[in-house]
Ligand binder design. Structure first.
Ligand SMILES: Nc1ncnc2c1ncn2[C@@H]1O[C@H](COP(=O)(O)OP(=O)(O)OP(=O)(O)O)[C@@H](O)[C@H]1O
Length: 326
């Protein structure tokens, strides 16, 4: 088994409000191994993005990371200086967002900003940086890269802009990419192309990816392993095929039954009843219990601890038995 590249233990991030400090991320444990794609999946508001930003210490007030270890290559990023974090971000760890304009500067040409991203972390000539940028654009399927480098972000379509953002993220061959819903805004064909290319690139360069998404179809297509998030914690983790074949947590089963991508032709989609709780009104015990079809009296009394079954970890008092995953 490959050594973990990223190991997160007990990560807790709160948002301070007048009436208290409410946990958006509530004791998250995660492992990302070298070169793998880990899909972090869950409904809106489950805490996926806040987890991504907490990992790289990019949480601003009123948010605050208040507990946990974030070990990247063995180094605890929670203890790293601002300077050290800046040098890791964009070099060993890159981020891609749903809106590529969060990473692309609208007033600089693509070539200028890609060069800058290289020269900030590498000692090489501007011409070498430009050559590397052109190569990176070709790798994500952008033709005539030399011409494209002279253009500005607004001269690219949404899909092309996202490819540029991905090419920029890959420039310094990072060990880890944190991708937060980067294909959600794109049409399905472009989404598939980008997923395929990112998977290929990660395999070629050994880059691990934490892919944040609410879409199980993306996870099924791209990920090696999956972590399912609900109400600020990871409720189930395991290899993607095992989770899709036999979810153990009723929430994972609910997500599968409500995704067009994972049900059989002719079957009906079934949404999970109710809505995810707000961070300031989470129920005691298991936070999923008001929506759970397998709820037991003990679920109100005791928050389930993580249980390990082979490569699977889940938090549930009444997991889905084999053969009932539909
Ligand atoms: N700046 C903020 N101030 C207060 N609460 C916040 C802030 N940002 C996020 N939250 C809270 O943290 C919770 C988790 O948000 P997060 O964006 O991580 O969810 P998510 O799973 O990524 O959802 P989505 O898919 O909609 O982005 C949300 O319920 C939200 O209320």
């Amino acid at each position: 088994m490959t050594a973990p590249l990223l190991e997160v233990r007990g990560l807790k991030t709160v948002f301070h409000a007048l009436d208290g400090a409410w946990p958006a991320v509530d004791g998250v444990d995660l492992v990302v191994r070298r070169g793998e794609v880990l899909g972090l999946v869950g409904e809106s508001g489950s805490g996926k993005s806040v987890t991504g930003f907490s990992l790289v210490q990019l949480i601003d007030a009123p948010g605050e990371v208040i507990a946990g270890d974030v070990l990247f290559n063995g180094e605890d990023l929670r203890l790293a200086s601002g300077e050290r974090l800046r040098s890791l971000r964009g070099d060993r760890i890159a981020m891609i967002f749903q809106d590529p304009l969060m990473t692309l500067n609208p007033v600089l040409s693509i070539g200028e900003q890609m060069c800058e991203a290289i020269l900030e972390h590498r000692d090489c000539s501007r011409q070498d940086a430009l050559n590397a940028a052109a190569k990176a654009l070709s790798r994500v399927g952008i033709s005539s890269p030399e011409t494209r480098l002279k253009q500005f972000p607004h001269e690219f379509s949404g899909g092309m802009r996202q490819r540029v953002a991905i090419a920029t993220a890959l420039l310094n061959e990072p060990d880890l990419i944190i991708a937060d819903e980067p294909t959600t805004a794109l049409d399905v064909t472009i989404q598939s192309q980008i997923l395929y290319e990112v998977q290929k690139l990660s395999r070629e360069s050994g880059t691990a990816i934490l892919w944040i998404t609410h879409d199980l179809a993306v996870v099924a297509e791209l990920a090696d392993r999956v972590a399912v998030m609900y109400a600020g914690r990871i409720v189930e983790t395991g290899p993607v095929d095992d989770i899709l074949d036999h979810p153990l947590h009723p929430y994972t089963l609910g997500l599968l039954n409500s995704s067009a991508a994972t049900i059989n032709p002719g079957e009906r989609l079934k949404q999970i009843d109710g809505a995810a709780p707000r961070i300031d009104s989470r129920p005691s015990g298991c936070p999923f219990r008001p929506r759970c079809e397998r709820v037991l009296p003990s679920c109100a009394e005791e928050d389930p601890m993580p249980q390990i079954r082979g490569e699977r970890i889940f938090r549930c008092h009444n997991p889905v038995p084999h053969g009932e995953a539909s």
